[in-house]
Write a protein that binds this ligand. Sequence first.
Ligand code: HEM
Length: 459
Amino acid sequence: MDTLPAPFVPPAPTPRKTPPSTLEMIRIVYRNPLELWGEPSYNEPYISVSGIGGPLVIANDPALIRHVLVDNAKNYRMATVRQKILRPILRDGLLTAEGDVWKRSRKAMAPVFTPRHIFGFARPMLERSLAFAERYETGGTVDVATDMTMLTYDILAETLFSGEIAGEPGSFASQIDRLFETMGRVDPLDLLRAPDWLPRLTRLRGRKTMAYFRKIVADTITMRSERMKSAPDEVPEDFLTLLLRAEGPSGLTRGEIEDNIITFIGAGHETTARALGWTIYCLAEAPWEREPIEREIDAVLAREPDPVKWLDAMPLTRAAFEEALRLYPPAPSINREPIVPEQWRDLYIPPKAAVLIMPWTIHRHRKLWDRPDAFMPSRFHPENRDRIDRYQYLPFGAGPRVCIGASFAMQEAIIALAVLMSKYRFNTTPETRPWPVQKLTTQPEGGLPMTVERRNPAA
Ligand code: HEM
């Protein structure tokens, strides 16, 4: 039997040996929180410390995670810091809503994310991926990181609005990037839990962009709702139509529909793009993993034209994507705060503690994974999956607030990978030196410059 090369170990900060000073900590949080965590965060079941802004609990033990996210979820609200960053942008969208508004919205939105509707999006996902892939026909060097954000934006714009956006479509896409770049940042003042009246300089610039962006979304909603009245049989079955059907006294208000459109863009576009970029990068650095995936994709595409079936038919492709989600979870930190303090086994969770459930450290935890830093998609092959505890792998969170778009994202990722990898091969160059940085998502600093070539020039 051939022996495979040693697994590829992609770039990541080494756990700190000593804690940083307070000043250094603020600087790291602002620049890249992934560089903050020390050896204990990757080795201990939990850590309870007094942080710069108050008590901090880092939860790594799957049983503790289950306790916070599922069994006693009613005792946990969204962490104050996270809300301060996201609520000004997303308001009462599902990601930032709490209490009764969240409960009503989640219920009203469940029908939007049924398998039937998600399957309905497979065709536009395929069409957008095929159209997007054409740009690679000429080969050359491309930035896969930027390209994937454009591809997932194309797919989201199509599945949200079917291209029917008020105003200039081009400006909409560029406004999104500016909005999240300027608004969605941790401000050092948030971390210090400074009072709200102190202006956050990092966010001031985003206000104008946001007003403009919200107006486009509001106009788009009005345009569609008028069309639903005048020509109900002709409206596309996209997210916007589905959300407008959920409008009503026990469903969503018009303002919440607007908030949720913005939430879907914020939560569903860059996340999937980052995971796709990291997958393509890791596979390029591990060609012995890539070849069987290419063969799998070729075989499935040759016999199965229906993209709805691809997710189940491509276990190796899916495993590589899941392994990239493990190593580079697009949402690297899930943050909660107890409503009342409580005791869990030996751990006291004090009032107002920031409880951090960090896929970043949990997915690389020394006691939970074999060779935690290595890219080894076989962990996720169907025969090995049972060995992974439900609460040690949390790319989409868990419990009542689990990602509502997870099936959408998985289907989208497999369709995009199948289209791209059936036609092209992406390779790294000496300039491909990404460094994972936590902004809103886990981004590759330095981008992912890669060469692209056609796989079957004769085909
Ligand atoms: C690879 C892609 C994605 C990843 C890694 C991801 C990750 C997550 C995570 C970890 C949460 C839980 C946050 C928490 O508990 O605090 C979440 C929630 C959420 N996600 Fe995703 N997501 C992805 C794609 C999407 C897509 C495509 C959409 C929408 C179309 C979406 C919409 C949402 C919404 C609305 C919530 C809030 C759910 C609630 O609180 O009830 N996500 N996501």
